[in-house]
Design a protein around this ligand. Structure first.
Ligand code: OOG
Ligand code: NI
Length: 461
């Protein structure tokens, strides 16, 4: 039998092998990430593993896929459900970028601490929004929906095996092998000829629309290893001659604790694809649809912390608008130094970030009674706080990643009213609950406090 988490780990590893074979720069990215992680561990010792063991971080990947219809999304949910991954969070990218990105998204990931520690594989999954009239007029929407209704992304055998794995939380070896093979194949780039005229029609609206609705299959569009020093990685990749996008998205490098998520990527490269011309002939063409990304993860912020983060982004934008020559990273660093606490302890005390708590063994054995209240327990050394790593995504960075890889601007008609897509709508499309990331982090914190209270024989903390 292959257990659910082993299926997930095997799927992540095989997807990584497939992507490395097909997108060689990704292999360089993984190699450089390993080097950087080993160096950070050597320099910082155990402290380097404060937000995840080297074992977890080395195996850690997120992928991204894009699908066209609620029915396809429902099937994706079954495949990832088989791997113990559940939809977490709702991201609306339609307005988050200057270019046209007509999608709404969620991320499939494990949610339990033990499952995350075993293998945290996650997939950012976007769904096209053909009903949004800012992007698609009625005629194009009808054609697009008809095209999407006529394709099959996932073979029925894969879906049947997925349902079995989700229910039984394991598969016999042979079925497990078959499931993995079919699942990886479903996310490979297809060699089926692309209808050039149809692809171009959609590309005028948005390169993302063409990538999703212009072909009869889906594909992994990037895979992202995790690195412990993203500035170091960026410099080394550039040193190896790989052209990276201009910036590292998300928080700046600064003196205080790493929070949320920092990401950067290399651009999509031309890949040769057969194209069918209007006269029926097929000729080799090229499309740029696959790239590589890397990320560094920090501490999860509470809603208050996130509000502060979003406010700081606004301040950075305002300063840059006032001083167009200024370097974003410099401006961001000074805004951060002025507004964000520079220690974990203060982030915690101000309720800006999530921590879990553990009784420190030495103190519990010295015979005295613990004080009441978390602050006193921490101050007097009874309890230690450990940061909770951010397991999710950032809409503005996601939009930036989409945007950095779009070939054209596309078009969004802002004079029209957008269609309403929200968390409830997405849950309906998925046929499952969309979990709230904050609720997951808060529950993790509460569980740890309950354990501390029990161990120290205290009433509720
Ligand atoms: C997804 C982009 C979002 C991230 O890391 O923020 C993403 C896509 O390009 O389909 O993966
Ligand atoms: Ni990504």
């Amino acid at each position: 039998m292959i257990s659910q988490w082993r299926l997930r780990a095997a799927f992540a590893a095989r997807l990584s092998d497939m992507y490395g074979r097909e997108v060689p720069a990704y292999t360089t990215l993984v190699d450089v990430s390993r080097e950087v992680n080993a160096d950070v561990l050597r320099e910082r010792g155990a402290d380097a593993e404060r937000l995840g063991s080297l074992g977890r971080v080395t195996a850690e990947r997120h992928g991204a896929i894009r699908v066209g219809t609620p029915a396809e999304l429902g099937q994706v949910a079954r495949i990832f459900g088989a791997l113990g991954m559940r939809p977490v969070g709702f991201y609306d990218l339609r307005e988050a970028a200057a270019s046209a990105v007509p999608v709404v998204s969620t991320a499939f990931r494990p949610v339990d601490e033990e499952e995350l520690a075993r293998n945290p594989f996650r997939v950012f999954t976007s769904l096209l929004t053909p009903a949004d009239p800012r992007f698609f007029d009625d005629g194009l929407r009808t054609r697009l929906e008809a095209f999407l209704a006529g394709r099959e992304l996932f073979p029925p055998e894969l879906l049947a095996l997925a349902d079995r794995a989700e229910t039984e939380r394991e598969l016999p070896d042979e079925e497990g092998e078959r499931f993995l093979r079919l699942a990886v194949a479903a996310f490979e780039l297809s060699r089926e000829p692309v209808d050039r005229a149809w692809y171009r029609t959609l590309e005028k609206v948005s390169a993302v629309a063409a990538d999703i609705g212009g072909v009869r299959s889906t594909h992994l569009n990037h895979l992202t290893p995790r690195v412990l020093d993203i500035d170091g990685l960026y410099a080394r990749m550039t040193g190896r001659g790989i052209e990276m996008i201009d910036t590292i998205q998300g928080p700046p490098r600064w003196e205080g604790p790493d929070v949320l998520l920092r990401q950067t990527s290399f651009r999509a490269l031309d890949e040769s694809r057969p194209m069918r011309e209007p006269d029926g002939t097929v000729a080799e063409g090229a499309l740029r649809v696959r790239f590589g990304e890397v990320e560094a993860r920090g501490i999860a912020l509470t809603p208050e912390g996130r509000e502060l983060y979003d406010g700081m982004l606004g301040l950075v934008d305002a300063r840059l608008a006032a001083e167009p020559g200024a370097a974003r990273a410099e401006v961001a660093r000074s805004v951060w130094a002025a507004h964000l606490p520079a220690t974990e302890r203060e982030l915690d005390a101000r309720g800006l970030a999530y921590f879990t708590y553990r009784v420190s063994p030495a103190r519990a054995r010295d015979g005295s009674r613990p004080p009441a209240g978390l602050d006193a327990l921490l101050d007097e050394g009874w309890v230690r706080a450990e940061p909770v790593v951010y397991e999710d995504f950032l809409p503005r960075s996601a939009a930036g990643i989409f945007q950095s890889n779009l070939s054209g601007e596309g078009s969004r008609d802002d004079a029209r009213e957008g269609a309403a897509y929200d968390t409830d709508w997405l849950a309906g499309a998925l046929g499952r609950e969309v979990l709230d990331p904050y609720a997951l982090y808060a529950a993790q914190r509460r569980r740890s406090l309950a354990r501390v209270a029990e161990e120290l024989d205290l009433p509720e903390i």
